[in-house]
Design a protein around this ligand. Structure first.
Ligand SMILES: [Zn+2]
Length: 657
């Protein structure tokens, strides 16, 4: 009869132990005969379990083998082996017609009947017995048994196989932070190998007379050490997609409980690659210093977070470049290309900066704006020298998403910081893929601004008026607004909504530094390489404008926008579109027209705009600050967009005639 795994981690680990003791290579070769062969008359497991400290953590101190009565050890072993053998003999012969709550077997064992039949002839009392935590780990417990309804109102139904298998748990478990651990995995092969490695280790310890539970005194690093040791000895590759579940439980005392933690595939992959690359010792040295489980290596790799011991701290230099590389690529999914970019920047900084300044940057780059700005200046230089591209930058700082302002991932500075301390060599296991030219909204805007400028004033003026001024921080949000207003007359994607997406943070503050820096990188790259971008790639929008727009209270209301449309339609009906471009839009750009003009126009259709109090409140933002320039920008931008749509329609009509 074939013995199948059950899905219950306690039972399955017990079965895994038995299969290991039977010398099976594969768990699915396990049969009833193997159980019989391994168990014999139950004397051996009874003897082992009487020694192990973990036995009472699994079966409480009330079980046949752990009960602290005056009974002689020999007697305990006799009744315990008789009882476990009775379980074995009853597999398939259960009499209760209820499903096993651990494995789903159709029938369950009548523990009371079997125990009386087995134990009374051996001189035990003729008491009633039911399945409790002394027979099966965590049976009917949640806090205390009495709280766990309905399990507390009756004992759970368990079949003979499950009741039997758990007695082999002490050989397949280990200690982690004061709890016992069993494993489950999405890969049976991987899981069974891990159980085998634990059983072999425990057996080695038995022969050396060690009965302490595996992992005791190792704290929170026991499990990961075990897994590493297993990966080290594993003959095969890590099965594709395998992940691991760590069940941490205790069944002893009055507070049994259980926690499950997942070690995802990425984490296992990291451990496997590290161990395979000869980094086991380095990792071991790191993890022995883990005190707080929350920041431990195990938790960091399980949650995909960075691990602080990889970084230089005081006199320690942090991880080796190899380990660092594997960690970042496997656990944090940072691309090899980003790591290479971070390394290149660090290396460049080392070559260009004075020793003293370099040391300051090494120390301060994570948190100090001045240090970061020094590195930013170096990045511009690198672009000028063709050592860095805009795409490298975007990938390193993961700036793709511009749902609320163009922001960067600040954690990326950490990558640069690491390499500032490790400039001597770069480890990489794969070649960096060629850049896939990603077209972002930033590059679209940069293209349009540059080409419009060059068309009107020439490239040299752009160098002087824009790039040089950027060097001196003279290009500001007002400059960018002017570009927006100008481009809105001719291209899509320059509405106030777009402005908010690119230039405003969630809290409504304007933030354009990063957007300007990225455009500066792009312009430098294009101009230094001598190839300006193609305007045709920038005419159409690159993003799908489907994401939900959350209105801000500072936005123009629909009614005001309706009024603006009326004003616009009225104007072009009387004077035509060309006059509007010259007399309104151009005058607004030159500041010859402004808020007063808008007020006069609005008042003519809606008298409430003549009211001074109403008008003043129209020019105040939600937070109570003056919103005069912001409001004028919105009104002007709205007009520019109305104009663009109208002139586009006219062009269509002309071309269709
Ligand atoms: Zn069962």
């Amino acid at each position: 009869m074939k013995i199948e795994l059950t899905g219950n981690p306690f039972v399955d680990t017990g079965l895994g132990v038995i299969a290991t003791l039977a010398g099976l290579d594969k768990i699915d070769e396990l049969t009833y005969d193997h159980l019989v062969k391994v168990h014999g008359h139950g004397q051996r497991i009874a003897y082992w379990n009487s020694l192990f400290k973990s036995t009472s953590m699994i079966f409480t101190i009330n079980s046949l083998i752990t009960h602290p009565s005056k009974k002689q050890k020999k007697k305990k072993i006799e009744i315990y082996s008789a009882m476990t053998t009775a379980f074995l003999n009853n597999i398939g012969n259960e009499t209760i017609h209820e499903r096993c709550e651990a494995c789903g077997n159709e029938r369950s064992l009548d523990l009371d009947v079997v125990a009386r039949k087995t134990l009374v002839p051996l001189g035990e009392k003729d008491n009633f017995r039911a399945v409790g935590r002394d027979w099966f780990p965590l049976a009917g417990s949640l806090g205390s048994d009495a709280q766990a309804l309905p399990s507390a109102s009756r004992s759970p139904n368990i079949c003979a196989k499950c009741l039997f298998a758990v007695h082999y748990l002490p050989l397949g478990t280990m200690l982690l932070d004061g709890r016992l651990v069993v494993f489950q995995s999405t890969s049976q092969q991987f899981w069974y190998g891990l159980v085998q490695s634990i059983v072999n280790e425990v057996q080695k310890r038995i022969s050396a007379g060690v009965v302490e539970t595996l992992g005791s005194k190792e704290g929170s690093v026991a499990a990961i050490r075990r897994v590493m040791a297993y990966l080290h000895d594993m003959r095969d590759d890590l099965p594709l997609g395998a992940s691991l579940f760590v069940w941490k439980f205790t069944n002893s005392g009055t507070s049994p409980d259980c926690k499950i933690e997942e070690v995802p595939n990425s984490a296992l992959m990291f451990l496997w690659k590290s161990v395979r690359n000869g980094l086991k010792d380095e990792l071991e040295k790191m993890i022995v210093k883990d005190r707080n489980p929350r920041y431990s290596l195990l938790n960091s790799i399980s949650t995909g977070h960075d691990y602080s011991r990889l970084y230089p701290f005081r006199k320690e230099r942090g991880a080796s470049p190899k380990l660092y590389y594997i960690y970042q690529t496997e656990v944090r999914k940072i691309s090899p290309r980003s790591l290479k970019t971070a390394y290149n920047i660090a290396k460049y900084a080392e070559a260009k900066l004075e020793k003293k300044q370099f040391t300051t940057i090494q120390k301060d780059i994570i948190s100090d704006k001045t240090a970061q700005n020094s590195v930013r200046r170096l990045m511009i230089q690198m672009v000028e020298e063709n050592l860095l591209t805009f795409d490298d930058y975007v990938e390193l700082f993961q700036t793709a998403n511009s749902a609320n302002g163009v922001l960067i991932n600040w954690n990326s500075w950490k990558l640069i910081q690491y390499y500032l301390h490790h400039t001597s060599d770069f480890y990489s296991s794969e070649s960096q893929p060629a850049s896939d030219k990603r077209r972002s909204e930033v590059s679209r805007i940069a293209t349009l601004i540059l080409l419009e400028y060059v068309q009107k004033k020439g490239l040299e003026r752009f160098r002087n008026d824009v790039l040089d001024q950027m060097r001196h921080n003279k290009i500001t949000v007002y400059w960018l607004r002017r570009q927006f207003l100008l481009l809105a007359e001719r291209y899509e994607g320059f509405t106030y909504r777009d402005w908010r997406k690119l230039c405003m943070l969630n809290d409504g503050r304007e933030f354009v530094d990063e957007l300007l820096f990225q455009m500066r990188l792009l312009w430098t790259e294009w101009i230094c390489s001598g190839t300006l971008p193609d305007i045709n790639n920038a005419v159409t929008l690159v993003y799908a404008d489907t994401d939900e727009y959350i209105k801000s209270d500072n936005d123009l209301s629909d009614s005001v926008r309706g009024l603006l449309k009326l004003i616009f339609e009225d104007y072009i009906k009387k004077r035509g579109l060309e006059k509007f471009a010259v007399n309104v839009l151009q005058e607004l750009r030159k500041n010859n027209k402004g808020l007063h003009w808008f007020r006069r126009q609005l008042s003519q259709i809606d008298p409430k705009f003549t009211d001074d109090e109403f008008w003043e409140s129209f020019l105040v933002g939600v937070n109570g600050d003056s919103f005069r320039t912001g409001r004028l920008f919105q009104l002007h931008l709205e007009m520019a967009n109305l104009y663009r749509r109208k002139s586009f329609k006219q062009q269509l009509q002309i071309s269709s005639k």
